[in-house]
Design a binder for this molecule. Structure first.
Ligand code: 8YV
Length: 318
């Protein structure tokens, strides 16, 4: 029996790529030039039955149109905002992602950014490296986390994991969501600007996409206190990045810890020059263990699909 043809839009982890290449006929769209991509689609597009990608590779409606017989799209990401999920599901094409296996690492990144930003970890390290400690003595004081209020925008799997960590560290937690979660005991806000005015740290933890674009807009940022901070491990699109930069430049907020940006991998140069921001290159899930688990979910979802078994982690119906 001929092997099943799979289009690789974004590569998986090495071990899982070996598993895939031993089982399927892989077409490395990710390695092809534009001309080679077009030739690949023309010659084998009609044979492609599955796509492997991730948030970084995405899966566009235009590419979907070139794959008339695709049955399943498997993304090594929890976020679905770079995938044309609705178009796939409208054609009866399954989409899978990788929730849960990355929750802890992403929550850890949020806590790390809170600590590093409020306690000025990077300027403190530079205080030593640049000889300030020897020449000027102790570095200027920073601010405690204890009893500060963390306002989470969204309370899904990752939001709950951050809240658990934050409580253990002495932070007060409240949240904003479309509707209150009865199982949550934290104070609930149905007005985002009102919550922003009452927190010390504002952290969006919602999916990316059109529905949450600029959810943290100029008005929400203006409601924050000058002593408040913004932490973002969700998607760059969730915050009006231009407004955030202006708030930081004008001292309207005290600092920011950011793992995601509007136009990755490009980061506004103004942010690079600031010492009250902590910047990370979208690596919240970037541990060997977690990326291996994400990659294995791609392999296992493909195996389930072609064995006629239920998918392990299907994307929610749009
Ligand atoms: C990326 C992420 O998937 O899971 C998500 O939605 O944003 C990240 O884990 C990761 O950068 C791999 O592409």
């Amino acid at each position: 029996m001929s092997q099943i043809d799979i289009l690789v839009v974004w590569p998986n982890r090495p071990k899982q790529m070996l598993q895939l290449s031993n089982t399927y006929q892989l077409h490395r769209y990710d390695l092809a030039s534009d001309a080679e991509k077009e030739a690949m689609l023309a010659s084998v597009g009609h044979r492609i039955r599955a796509v492997v990608t991730s948030h970084g590779g995405g899966f566009s409606a235009e590419l979907l149109q070139r794959l008339p017989n695709v049955e399943v799209v498997c993304s090594s990401s929890v976020g679905l905002d770079t995938l044309c999920v609705e178009a796939c599901q409208a054609r009866g094409i399954a989409v899978t992602h990788t929730p849960d296996v990355l929750t802890n690492d992403v929550a850890d990144m949020a806590i790390m950014l809170i600590l590093a930003t409020l306690r000025r970890l990077i300027p403190a390290a530079d205080w030593i490296k640049n000889g300030h400690w020897e020449r000027q003595g102790m570095m200027p004081l920073n601010t405690t986390l204890t009893n500060k209020t963390l306002g989470l925008v969204g309370m899904g799997r990752i939001g709950k994991a951050i809240a658990t960590r934050a409580q253990a560290m002495g932070l007060q937690v409240c949240y904003y969501a479309r509707q209150a979660k009865p199982e949550m005991s934290f104070p609930f806000y149905d007005d985002l600007q009102k919550m922003a005015a009452n927190v010390d740290i504002l952290a969006p933890v919602v999916p990316g996409g059109a529905g949450t674009k600029h959810l943290i807009d100029r008005a929400v940022l203006a409601a924050l206190k000058p002593t408040s901070y913004v932490i973002n491990i969700s998607r760059g699109s969730v915050i009006d990045e231009t407004a955030l930069v202006e708030c930081l430049q004008q001292g309207n907020i005290a600092g920011a810890g950011l793992d995601v940006f509007d136009d990755e991998p490009h980061v506004p140069s103004a942010l690079l020059a600031m010492d009250n921001v902590v910047l990370q290159p979208h690596c919240a899930s970037g541990t060997v263990e977690t990326r291996d688990a994400m990659a294995q979910l791609v392999v296992d979802n493909l195996a389930a699909h072609f064995a006629g078994k239920p998918l392990l982690t299907p994307a929610p119906q749009q």
